[in-house]
Design a protein around this ligand. Structure first.
Ligand code: ADP
Ligand code: MG
Length: 286
């Protein structure tokens, strides 16, 4: 699952680590791939990522096996992380001259032999080669949308990029999930943005939205997800609930033989609205 939005600060990293921890706490084996040179997902999972640590840069640029860089996350059983170091800042340029530059992450994941139920990829705030690598490797895209003014700006461009990658490099890719983040129910703006997103993406938006919560924003400074930092907080409970929605949709594909979409998704869940809605989604939003 590719967690992408070229806007910064919308909750990509927060969503990646907390959804991953929620899924792992439910018994799934989950790998977080940190694809942002800032390494925020690595920090939030308590994974050392100073410059000498073997990292996803070595995988992408030097073809090092993913198993060399994956580390277990201490507090959460079944949760693993491929960290990003500052080296990754140069990868966007270094990748340009390499063969198969768009599919290096895909190849690394295909060669990874440990059993996993989910892989979540935390993308940088851009649509460059790192994000393209994530989209080529992934089966589905999760877009976190912050319930603020300008929330939908840039979304059309993101959807067009997903279309391009699907058309040329990864026919399975689709936007499966949209998650509303930093929702503040007291403001009319937040509910207006939420209504607009739900109108455009009726199928993809999770019923659960993530509230604005101090506990969520505090957790990374302790190298923890909110699930271990404050398990009873509203933020932790909402990420658990969002993860449950995602897992149940996946279960519907695996266990419902009547599901007509089942054959299209290589892993994960049904391509919700993918065939019919994609065009109107791209057209509706600038
Ligand atoms: N639900 C939330 N409530 C409060 N703060 C949040 C919430 N989600 C994210 N944040 C904070 O907002 C900032 C941006 O979030 P982050 O996940 O790093 O975004 P991105 O990865 O898209 O740049 C961080 O400081 C994070 O702690
Ligand atoms: Mg981030």
């Amino acid at each position: 699952m590719v967690v992408a939005n070229q806007k910064g600060g919308v909750g990509k990293t927060t969503t990646t680590v907390n959804l991953a921890a929620s899924l792992a706490l439910h018994g799934a084996r989950v790998l977080v791939i940190d694809l942002d040179p800032q390494g925020n997902a690595s920090t939030a999972l308590g994974i050392d990522h100073h410059a000498e640590v073997p990292s996803i840069y070595d995988v992408l640029v030097d073809s090092r096996p993913l198993s060399d860089v994956v580390q277990p996350v201490m507090d959460v059983e079944g949760l693993f992380c491929a960290p990003a170091t500052i080296d990754l800042a140069g990868a966007e340029i270094e990748l340009v001259s390499l063969v198969a530059r768009e599919s290096r992450l895909q190849r690394a994941i295909q060669a990874y032999e440990q059993p996993l139920d989910y892989i979540l990829i935390d993308c940088p705030p851009s649509l460059g080669l790192l994000t393209v690598n994530a989209m080529v490797a992934g089966a589905e895209v999760l877009i976190p949308i912050q319930c603020e003014y300008y929330a939908l700006e840039g979304l059309g461009q993101l959807l067009r990029n997903v279309d391009l990658v699907r058309g040329h490099l990864n026919p399975a890719l689709h936007v499966s999930t949209i998650l509303l983040t930093m929702y503040d129910g007291r403001t009319r703006l937040a509910s207006q943005v939420a209504d607009e997103v739900r109108t455009h993406f009726a199928e993809e938006v999770l019923r659960t939205s993530i509230p604005r919560s101090v506990r969520i924003s505090e957790a990374p400074s302790y190298g923890q997800t909110v699930l271990t930092y404050d398990p009873g907080s509203s933020g932790a409970l909402s990420y658990l609930e969002a993860a449950r929605e995602i897992a149940l949709r996946g279960a519907a594909v695996h266990y419902d033989p009547q599901n007509a979409h089942g054959g299209h998704a290589p892993v994960g869940h049904a391509p919700v609205g993918h065939q019919n809605n994609q065009r109107s989604m791209s057209e509706g939003i600038q």
